[in-house]
Design a protein around this ligand. Structure first.
Ligand code: TEU
Length: 563
């Protein structure tokens, strides 16, 4: 049987501090702003906060380009503010996990500054430097291989000073660290220990499956969605490094870890996690959130989103990690569009569909992650102008398409669906100016729908999305089968309905989710027998009859306890 752990029973709430709450009127959210909302988090009932990067950074990628791992970004506050926040969380029995970004640093990090100084620098091998290929323009040669940056363009940038290229899988201001170098690993482990000694409760590890690059850095398949990926997603020594990190830093500490892994398969996850695995607790895999990638194989074309495939992917992970690890359950975060806009309906059925998605998050097997604002059903941003696009990856897309001669309205159409900015607009606290997020000028525009979609309204309104999240959180806490129950998919081929059963001893939970506007009839397979049933969660009024057969309303969600 599954071992009982606090991080399996927890609900995680993700805070993107830049957009959460601004305490000092400079238009940027900050640590004191999070502190000011601690009672809000406690009222919602979450157990763990995951804080996106708050370290000193020039913000080429909003904090994912770290200049100093042991200092707080000035805009966000001071180390004192951090300590106060941590204390305030712990006082409320809420744990804190921090983003650990160690695939790369900022090019302004002292290590890189030294590394780029000369080929003889003791920090040279902290990063990945190579000569260009051939003679190329100005004698620099072409980039050492054909790998692409996740944000578009070559993954290599030429540096005049020492006449070599350095590798960056993300922006050119995010040079990749060289994990082959034991001195790099040692510095990282020291830094992790330093933060754990500060009293934090774990890490969300940014793109941690990318840290090992294949020997010789061979060219990648140019037709894959991310050229080079097969040579750096779970590269040859990824498991070894993570197991080492576990032994050196994490073993024996009561912390929680979740590795963000853009390329991870179930089999790889089993090894990162499982009982004989590398020691991580959870991974964020990308399979269910990349199903609608179009013909480009990445997020910049829009494809189909078939429910049977979605169910099949989630089911593969539910079953694949049974006894072999533990799932993280998420539908969005700061890198994806708003979940209700993407998987639900942000118009007529915004409330119903937001509740349906929440029902799924809290009744699958795994630890649920709630991204700030999803608990009030925040939606994508209505982009109208190019100047509204801020995210580095979306900006690069806009520039690329402009060069290709695309009309701006077509570019903005894709951006509206895809840009990470959608999830980064300020948290909507009230219907006041700037949604109560700041007294100043917000760093990114507030969604105009804050007049209707905001915390103040939702918290006071019976039947709101917010109150439903609260109910779900309480439900999960008091219902062991919702946490530990085995998972079984029902009606795999049903194109409209996602239904599954969770079983723990004599306890059974049946979840039925209607993913659309159609009104299909649900029929519980005869093999599932029960004497009595009670509908314990629902987003419409439900009659007393059992779940044997009933017609579903648009985006209807029901959870039954079966006896
Ligand atoms: O994201 C990793 C990642 O691969 C993507 O989701 C990325 O946002 C996408 O490819 C861009 O189009 C993590 C962080 O969550 C993200 O915010 C950072 O930008 C990225 O790593 C680099 O640190």
């Amino acid at each position: 049987t599954e071992s009982r752990e606090w991080w399996k029973e927890s609900v995680v709430y993700q805070i993107y501090p830049r957009s959460f709450f601004d305490s000092d009127g400079d238009g940027v959210g900050d640590l004191r702003g999070v502190e000011a909302k601690l009672d809000y988090l406690a009222a919602l009932g979450v157990d763990v906060v995951w804080l996106n990067p708050v370290y000193d950074s020039p913000n080429a990628d909003n904090g994912y380009d770290i200049r100093d791992y042991r200092a707080i970004m000035e805009e966000f506050g001071t180390m004192d503010d951090f300590d106060r926040l941590l204390e305030g969380l712990h006082d409320r029995d809420i744990r804190l996990i921090m983003d650990l970004v160690v695939n790369h640093t900022s090019d302004e990090h002292e290590w890189f500054q030294q590394s780029r100084e000369s080929r003889e620098s003791e920090f040279r091998d902290f990063y990945i430097w190579r000569d260009g290929r051939g003679d190329g323009p100005g004698g620099r040669g072409e980039p050492p291989n054909n790998w692409e940056s996740a944000f578009g363009g070559s993954a290599w940038t030429y540096d005049e000073r020492t006449e070599q290229y350095y590798l960056h899988l993300f922006d050119e201001k995010q040079p990749d660290l060289n994990w082959e170098n034991p001195a790099v690993r040692e510095r990282i482990y020291d830094m992790m220990e330093w933060w754990l000694d500060e009293g934090i409760d774990g890490f969300r590890m940014d793109v941690i499956d990318l840290i090992s690059k294949a020997d010789g850095l061979p060219d990648g398949d140019p037709d894959s969605g991310w050229t080079g990926a097969e040579h750096f997603m779970t590269g040859p020594r990824a498991h070894e490094y993570i197991a080492e990190m576990y032994d050196e830093v994490l073993a024996g500490r009561d912390v929680m870890t979740v590795g963000e892994m853009p390329g991870a398969t179930v089999e790889e996850a089993q090894q990162y996690l499982g009982p004989d695995g590398d020691g991580l607790n959870m991974v964020f895999h990308f399979e269910h959130v990349s199903l609608d990638y179009g013909e480009s194989g990445d997020r910049w074309t829009v494809g189909e989103f078939p429910l049977p495939e979605f169910k099949q992917v989630l089911t593969k992970w539910q079953n694949g990690l049974q006894g072999e690890g533990w799932n993280s359950v998420y539908l969005g975060n700061h890198d994806w569009p708003r979940i209700v806009s993407r998987f639900g309906d942000d118009g007529l059925y915004r409330i119903e569909s937001a509740k349906l998605l929440a029902t799924m998050l809290f009744t699958l097997r795994g630890t649920p992650y709630v991204y700030q604002g999803d608990e009030i059903g925040m939606t994508n941003f209505p982009f109208e102008r190019e100047s509204q696009v801020q995210d580095v990856s979306a900006r690069n897309f806009v520039e690329r398409k402009k060069r290709e001669g695309w009309p701006m309205d077509e570019i903005l159409e894709v951006v509206s669906y895809r840009s990470r900015d959608n999830a980064r607009t300020p948290m909507q606290w009230s219907d006041d100016e700037n949604a109560g997020f700041t007294e100043g000028e917000p760093w990114i525009p507030v969604n105009p729908n804050h007049d209707a979609v905001n915390v103040e309204d939702a918290a006071a309104r019976e039947g709101s999305i917010w109150n439903y999240y609260r109910e779900l959180i309480r439900f999960r806490k008091s219902t062991p089968v919702a946490v530990y129950g085995d998972y079984e998919l029902l009606l795999p081929d049903d194109p409209d309905v996602y239904a599954y059963l969770r079983t723990l001893g004599d306890d059974r939970l049946l979840t039925v989710l209607n993913f659309g506007e159609a009104t299909p009839t649900f029929s519980l397979p005869q093999s599932v027998e029960y004497e009595d049933s009670e509908c314990v969660l629902h987003n419409y009024a439900v009659d007393a009859e059992g779940p044997r057969s009933f017609e579903l309303r648009p985006y209807e969600a029901r959870v039954y306890e079966l006896e």
